[in-house]
Design a protein around this ligand. Structure first.
Ligand code: XIL
Length: 300
């Protein structure tokens, strides 16, 4: 196969990218994205501040721009994200307690009502665990509504769109030895044992000097999969763009049948949230294929 999407499809997987609605008029950008990728995540447009800027008033203008572009080009989407402590609209930031809990439920229902049956995977909850050695939850306004907020979010999402696969997504849960990884693993295990509806875990996989790729990544993927959930690599970028590290990530996913696909967090280095100078992606800022691109294509 000569593209990332077609190469991933050889093993029944997908290869995706994050897309920004503001760049859909850039022909170089859309040309690469349309050619290479078959799964799309909205980089910001499906987040809470974008889709419910005023309480109870939903706005899907930019989210639908991406959805329509993806669909018209035969691509599926990962929905990102329904409940998160970041990128909350101002009105939500100022809520707490039962009012915030109800607002979270209403938000999930509002977004999933709009996209019911149209988006196969959703990051229902994003980044709910703490960094460091606690292995516990991150403090946030949502966490302060009660420890059951995550399972309430998943149950709400299941009822709102029974056809969607529901994922928990986080960063720094790639290294099996880290307390944060174990905390999320124990949550998923608990959810599966109690029948809380969860179908997948998203490993963001933002690799850099402080949280580098580790060879136990394959163990992490297979341990989550053994709990009975799919695993997706959801926001891959590797600062410095090491071709061999990119190949290791691909090989680790291919080694686990329940690792269903890989999404890189942007098209060209100039599109990266980390800045072009960190060279973390598969295409350079001019849109040329990098060594990392060839490495990924060969590994798939
Ligand atoms: C980032 C976007 O790439 C930026 O454009 C935005 O300013 C901030 O959010 N984890 C996530 C993503 O789950 O939503 C974040 O995306 C990157 C980290």
């Amino acid at each position: 196969a000569s593209t990332l999407g077609a190469a991933a499809a050889q093993s029944g997987r997908y290869f995706g990218t994050a897309i920004a609605s503001g760049k859909l008029g850039d022909g170089t950008y859309t040309g690469i994205a349309n050619r290479e990728f078959n799964m799309i995540t909205a980089e910001n447009e499906m987040k809470i501040d974008a889709t419910e800027p005023n309480q109870g008033q939903f706005n899907f203008t930019n989210a639908d721009r991406i959805y329509n572009w993806a669909t018209q080009n035969g691509k599926r989407m990962r929905g990102h994200t329904l409940a998160w402590h970041n990128q909350q609209p101002g009105w939500m930031q100022s809520l707490s307690g039962s009012a915030l809990r109800q607002a979270m439920i209403n938000h999930i229902n509002g977004v999933l009502n709009h996209y019911k049956g149209k988006i196969p995977y959703w990051d229902v909850v994003n980044e709910a665990y703490a960094d460091g050695n606690s292995g516990g939850r991150r403090d946030s306004n949502l966490q302060r509504t009660g420890n059951d907020w995550i399972e309430v979010a998943f149950r709400t999402a299941r009822a709102a769109d029974p056809s969607a696969k529901l994922c928990y997504n986080d960063y720094n849960i790639d290294n099996w030895t880290w307390a944060k990884t174990q905390g999320v693993y124990n949550m998923v295990k608990d959810f599966k044992s109690r029948g809380v509806p969860i179908d997948c875990v998203g490993l963001q996989s933002h690799f850099n000097g402080n949280s580098p790729y580790n060879s136990n990544y394959r163990t992490t993927i297979s341990q989550f999969a053994a709990l009975g959930v799919d695993v997706a690599i959801t926001e891959l970028d590797i600062q410095g763009g090491s071709a061999s590290t990119y190949a290791s990530v691909v090989n680790d996913c291919l080694a686990v049948s329940r690792c269903i696909g890989i999404t890189v967090w942007g098209v060209r280095d100039s599109d990266s949230w980390l800045g072009a100078n960190t060279t973390p992606l598969l295409f350079d800022s001019s849109g040329n294929k990098k060594a990392a691109y060839n490495s990924v294509l060969n590994a798939l």
